[in-house]
Structures are given as C-alpha cells and as structure tokens.
Design a protein around this ligand. Structure first.
Ligand SMILES: [Zn+2]
Ligand SMILES: [Zn+2]
Length: 318
C-alpha cells in the first residue's frame, strides 16, 4: 500500500526532478572536455531517462509503436543533426547582415550585460521563445499548407519520446528553430539561454509515454496529460478548438492566456485523457520517412510520384 502510494507520488515528481537534473548537468558540464567529446550527451541522457520512465510507469491506453521505430529514428536524426543546421545556414547570414551593416557588430547589443541582470534575461528568452513557438504552432494548425506538413506529427497513434521529433523538418524548424535564431542576434547571455532552454524541456517531456501526472504543473508546463489532448483524434467540440487545443510546445500559460487550453477533469480533479490519439482528419500514421521528409501530403506531384512507385512495385502487383 505504502509502496503504491510512493509510486503514485513519483508520477508527479519524476519529470520535474529530471528537469532540475538536466539543468544542473548542462550548466556544470558547460565548456568541459566531456561536453566537447560528447556534443549531444544531454539529448542522449534525456531520451534514455524518459525511455526508462515509460517502462516503469506504463500507460494503460498505450498503442504499440514498435513497427514505427525506424521512422522515429530517421526523423529524430534528421531534426537533431540537419534541420536546425540547414535553417541556421539559410537564415543566420541574413539576420547577421543587419547588425553588421548598420551597427558594425555581430549582435544588436554589444555586451550581454547591457540587457540587464541574468534573471531578467532568462525571463526574456523564456517568454519570447515560448511565445514564438505557441503562435507558430497555432499558425501551423490554421494554415492549410502548413497543417498538411505538421499533420504528420498528428498521425502518431500513441505519444512517446521516440516520436517527439516525428514531423516534416521544414515545419519543425519553423516552430522550434527560427524563433531561437531571431533571438540569437540580440546578444543574450549564453547562460540565460541554457537556463531558459532547460525550463522549456517539457517540449520533449510532453511526449513521455508513461502514465505521468501533471497536477498544478499542467497549468504551466506542457505535461503529457496536456499534450495528449493536443493529439486527440477528435478536437474538443467547441468553436474555440476548431483548429485544435494546447498549442504551447514547452509551456501552457500562453494557451491559458489566449483561450486555447483544454484539460477536462473528473470529480476528483484528475485529468481525463482523450479516448483516442490520432490525426483528426483520419490520416493513418505514416511509416515511410521519405514521404514525411518530402512533405508528400502537401505537394500533389510528390504524392503522385509515390503512388506510381507503389503500383509498379511487385508487392502491390501481387
Ligand atoms: Zn500540433
Ligand atoms: Zn506532439
């Protein structure tokens, strides 16, 4: 009985604890030989820790995603190693041109201490980047073309850490990279950026497939309980949610402020999960990563190319 109570309590505490551990580790290892030798060590640690949590706190409504593992790995590799780098290579030279040409320096502000004390900078980076993510994500649901690209993320049938980065790289980078690039020319203190980034780590945690509880954190962070409603196969039956709900990537307070937050509760105050996870338009989960990469749904010519290939393949001809 006591052991069960303890396990239930850790359902609330495990993700916040991991956030603090990740933040402390990143700050301590910053600039160290270890961080240079293993540049993506923090991402690996995060993924392994969340996979372990998913195993311990198994979710009763989980749908097996085992057959999608290669698609998940390909998508994760492209977003991690390529999407951000390509977006930066295209956008940064344009962004850097302006302070360079008009101010004669790399950043809008020469020294980061001109922007105020560290805590003010943490707050500014955190608010500005989460604000960007919220509105860009909301726009991706509203705009028909971007919704076709972003729709690949909504086709998954169970949210878990392996599919947090499943999406077309272009729409993913618009939401998760471009805002940061715009902020990067301001000249904020790099430590402020690390701390604000850690506070936003629920962007990854939101896809923890374990049966985790958010409690009052649901009203600040994009917990798995909140994000499952973003992935509901049927959007809540209300005009406010006709394009979806819970658009915040790492946080929920922008949804609360702008009226798109949705999390129903039972009489005990526990969050009620959606009946089913999936694309509200009925699109099946896409196993072919090449189609996601090329955004086949958004380009009829690419769709036709895949259809021709499918009809020509011997498997389809049998
Ligand atoms: Zn979405
Ligand atoms: Zn998601």
């Amino acid at each position: 009985m006591l052991a069960k109570k303890f396990l239930d309590l850790t359902r609330y505490a495990m993700l916040p604890f991991l956030l603090i551990a990740l933040g402390a580790m990143t700050l301590l290892a910053r600039g160290s030989a270890f961080a240079h030798a293993f540049p993506y060590y923090d991402s690996f640690f995060l993924y392994l820790a969340v996979i372990a949590i998913e195993r311990i706190y198994s979710y009763s409504r989980a749908v097996s995603q085992r057959h999608m593992i290669w698609r998940d790995l390909m998508s994760t590799a492209v977003q991690t190693f390529l999407a951000g780098a390509v977006m930066s290579a295209i956008v940064l030279p344009v962004l850097r041109y302006f302070p360079n040409a008009f101010l004669g320096r790399r950043f809008l502000f020469g020294l980061s201490n001109q922007l105020g004390p560290l805590w003010v900078q943490v707050l500014a980076v955190f608010l500005l980047s989460t604000f960007w993510e919220y509105w860009m994500h909301r726009f991706e649901h509203y705009n028909a073309f971007l919704w076709k690209l972003h729709g690949y993320h909504h086709s998954v049938t169970h949210i878990q850490i392996s599919n947090v980065l499943v999406s077309n790289p272009f729409e993913w980078a618009l939401r998760n990279i471009l805002g940061g690039l715009l902020l990067s020319i301001v000249g904020f203190n790099p430590i402020a950026i690390v701390i604000a980034g850690t506070l936003n780590v629920y962007g990854d945690f939101s896809h923890c497939g374990g049966d985790m509880k958010g409690g009052w954190l649901n009203y600040f962070f994009n917990t798995p309980e909140v994000h499952r409603w973003h992935h509901a196969a049927e959007f809540p039956d209300d005009q406010r949610f006709r394009y979806g709900c819970n658009f915040g990537v790492g946080v929920t307070f922008w949804d609360i402020i702008f009226g798109t937050f949705y999390l129903p509760q039972d009489e005990k105050g526990h969050a009620i999960p959606p009946a089913r996870i999936g694309h509200p338009g009925g699109y099946a989960d896409e196993p072919n990563y090449l189609k996601i990469l090329l955004g086949a749904r958004a380009f009829p010519a690419v769709t036709r190319l895949f259809e021709r290939r499918d009809t020509l393949s011997p498997v389809a001809a049998e």
